[in-house]
Design a protein around this ligand. Structure first.
Ligand code: ZN
Length: 373
């Protein structure tokens, strides 16, 4: 490998380490990444000169000279994430320090026609302008990540199939043809997993419990896509043979029993938030529905644990409400899984609605850092 490429890779690793740690010293970087102190000093100085990193202050003295606290400068470069769902668009703006600067959700019903795609670019442009990224500041927006609910062929840049949007074989440029920035596409659950899986080197299953159910499998530091890009379609594993009809056309899919829609019943006047409010107020019907929901979820989670023997994150909109009910859920899981003595392999997601869009924005930031010159 050329020395200039090695240098670039080292600098990117150090920048990523500072982003992930939020506050860190040069010594910690050297220890964790196995670099010599001169290498760390040189790269950090270059990152400071480029305006991305700054010295935020000093750590308390341990006897010698006080170590400087390094951090990513807020508000220097921005990335945008967009999630497209059948009925909504969700948008986030982050800066390189991963600070969430804006989140907006709009009702915007998907239709596969030119007026939808034109309107999509207008909505994104308005969001960018609203955040002051106009004129000479437009270049501070590095790019836009777009999360789609479907199977994506990255090599041919095609949305192969989306049951949720009811389309197949859509060229990805349709979603971005009027946008001025670099755009990267990805599957919604994979992007959401990117946000929620903190240690990417730990094998993890991410379960996205939204109005549709998705999943992503982290294996050996990367998302396992499968032979035909269909891995992680956990929502369409059969849970009840011949059971309730799923939007994919089959009967008895996990999605038909454990999507967020099952709880808020897809009624405009009944949000998931109101469902959990009713549950909190001991509403009898909500208690029964939640109990049934958790029973089905426990079957899938214990099956996934049997198949993969790794951590499982319960994410998405429902995952964001699970904390108060974790004990009850643990008891249900233990009924199905007598191989594990506890349920510490089950983790809860930290985000509700904005997760996939955040993952999309983070991917843009990471691509930028990887290519720092
Ligand atoms: Zn299905």
């Amino acid at each position: 490998m050329k020395p200039s490429i090695i240098k670039q890779k080292n600098r990117s690793k150090i920048a990523m380490y500072i982003i992930n740690s939020s506050c860190v010293s040069r010594q910690e970087i050297a220890n964790s990444l196995g670099f010599s102190m001169p290498t760390v000093f040189q790269n950090v100085n270059e990152l400071i000169d480029s305006g991305l990193v700054y010295e935020k202050g000093e750590y308390g003295s341990t006897g010698g000279r006080k170590a400087k606290i390094l951090s990513i400068k807020e508000g220097v470069k921005y990335t945008m994430g967009v999630e497209i769902t059948p009925h909504h668009i969700r948008m986030v703006l982050l800066d390189l320090s991963r600070k969430l600067l804006d989140f907006e959700q709009k009702r915007f019903v998907y239709e596969n026609n030119s007026s939808y795609y034109l309107e999509l670019s207008k909505i994104i442009d308005i969001f960018i302008k609203k955040n002051g990224l106009i004129d000479n500041r437009l270049q501070d927006l590095i790019g836009i990540g777009i999360a789609l609910p479907g199977i994506i062929d990255q090599s041919r840049q095609i949305l192969l199939k989306s049951h949720a949007l009811g389309v197949e074989n859509i060229p990805l440029w349709q979603f971005s043809y009027n946008l001025k920035h670099k755009v990267v596409f990805g599957n919604d659950a994979n992007f959401a997993a990117h946000t929620e899986v903190i240690d990417k080197n730990k094998n993890t299953i991410y379960l996205s419990l939204n109005d549709t159910v998705g999943g992503a499998i982290y294996q050996n530091g990367d998302i396992y896509l499968g032979d035909t890009f269909k891995s992680g379609e956990i929502g369409h594993m059969i849970l009840v043979p011949g059971g309730k009809k799923c939007y994919c056309g089959k009967h008895g899919c996990f999605d038909a029993y454990c999507s967020a829609k099952v709880l808020h019943k897809n009624k405009e006047d009944m949000s998931l938030h109101s469902f959990f409010k009713n549950l909190e107020n001991n509403d009898f019907q909500s208690i029964q529905e939640w109990d049934t929901y958790l029973d089905y979820l426990a079957i899938i989670v214990s099956n996934l644990r049997m198949a993969f023997d790794c951590d499982i994150i319960l994410g998405g909109h429902v995952g964001g409400y699970m904390e108060d009910y974790f004990h009850k859920f643990s008891n249900k899981i233990q009924k199905y899984n007598n191989f594990d003595i506890d349920v510490s392999y089950i983790k809860l997601g930290k985000y509700k609605q904005e997760c996939a869009a955040i993952g999309a924005a983070r991917i843009i930031a990471e691509n930028f850092i990887e290519n720092l010159i």
